[in-house]
Write a protein that binds this ligand. Sequence first.
Ligand code: ACM
Length: 489
Amino acid sequence: MDGLVPRPVRVDPAPGVCELDDLVVPVVVDPAAGLPAEGYRIRIAPSGVHAVAADEAGKQHAEQTLRQLAGPETFRAANIHSGRWVLPCGEIVDHPRFAWRGCLLDVARHFQPKAAVLRFIDLLAAHKLNVLHLHLTDDQGWRIEVPEYPRLTEVGGWREGSWVGRPPDGTEEHDGRPHGGYYTTGDLREIVAYARERAVTVVPEVDIPGHSQAAIAAYPELGNTGAALPVRTAWGISEHVLNAEESTVAFYRRVFEHLVDIFDGPVIAVGGDEVPTVEWREHAAARAAELGLSSPDDLHGWWIAQIAGHVAGLGRRPLAWDEAVDAGPLPPDTIVASWRGEHGGIAAAQAGHDVVMCPEQHVYLDHRQSDRPDEPIPVGYLVPLRKVYQYEPIPDGMPETVRERVLGAQAQVWTEHLDNPRRVDYAAFPRLAAFAEVVWSPPEREYDEFERRLVRHHLPRLDALGVEYRPLEGPRPWQTRPGVPGRPR
Ligand code: ACM
């Protein structure tokens, strides 16, 4: 019973085993069982298995734990096991530490095919993670069909090429290979339903008022200059942001109404990060004054207030990146995602907002996993497996009185340099397994103990699932990236 990931709250092994002909164990949902939300209890005796859960999510978690106990073969897509399943005897009592156990998948920088998103949801559920934050729009692509505005996907859904590497290692030229894709309304409804069946809530993000060049390429009237722009082929942040005209706000209100129609979860993300104000200073000073703002820079907060207010009016909770706290007053129900570090989350909690911690220094899984020369695209902070495992979502500097504002934490898989699901696997795993334990298990953690459990028990499960994770000893020859100076060709 010692190989479970994430580690349960309480495990009491007992002698003996229980042998089963098949692994379909009924988990009884009993809200009166005295278990916390998402909790479950499993008793295994030689005579049989008795499992009870607080709710549907707890039932899913109990089923994942039973799979883990029965061995890695249970993670294959078809049963190739012969003989009986053998479960160790004992009792497990378990529930999550945090209600928000999230992972962001950026499907804008590199489109991830629908099948890959569904598979990613399976992987989240296998790790008892329960929020998929889908980053659906950015400068480099718009991935969500909005029937009223077909050019968003016809034009904004693809780009002429993608930046190769990352200066100074890469070049500033794009590769000349068109990249694109988008999800239809039906695809998105399917993703939402598939996730719901696995106790995963999808939080969609349309990023405003920056990170919007793909939308402006589709509809130049959304921009500040009216000039025709391409969908951006370079990474980094575009200076082309949304203008502050009432017609543009109305356009985005419709887009968010469409989102609310498709995504039935309680939270809708409005972005709000990394907003250059150069264009507003040049083109929108009069509009800012007309709106009663003291500077064009204040259009950042004004925009977030327009859209977050609209989302709140539609009965959902807005989620915004932490710049939004500095940018201006937010609807009180807004959840703040603290990505630039922990200070934004602390300030937001003190201002009365619920917070999801996702600091780039600890849980950005596109960032490099080691300083080895063969590590592919060594972007960002050094975020090795150990550092993710040792991450603590309640910051030391957060006053006791506001700690309950931390709903949980979220890992981020940005995909500038992850152009297919194999690369996503490499970046996400096994770090996401470590992260799952951070947000689920009690806070006392010992890395070496985790690593032993990971290698002995959990990597074989990832192998059975077909996850092309990064081996602990470093990338396999085909997982490095050729053609980057200092790295093998
Ligand atoms: C972000 O990484 N710009 C949220």
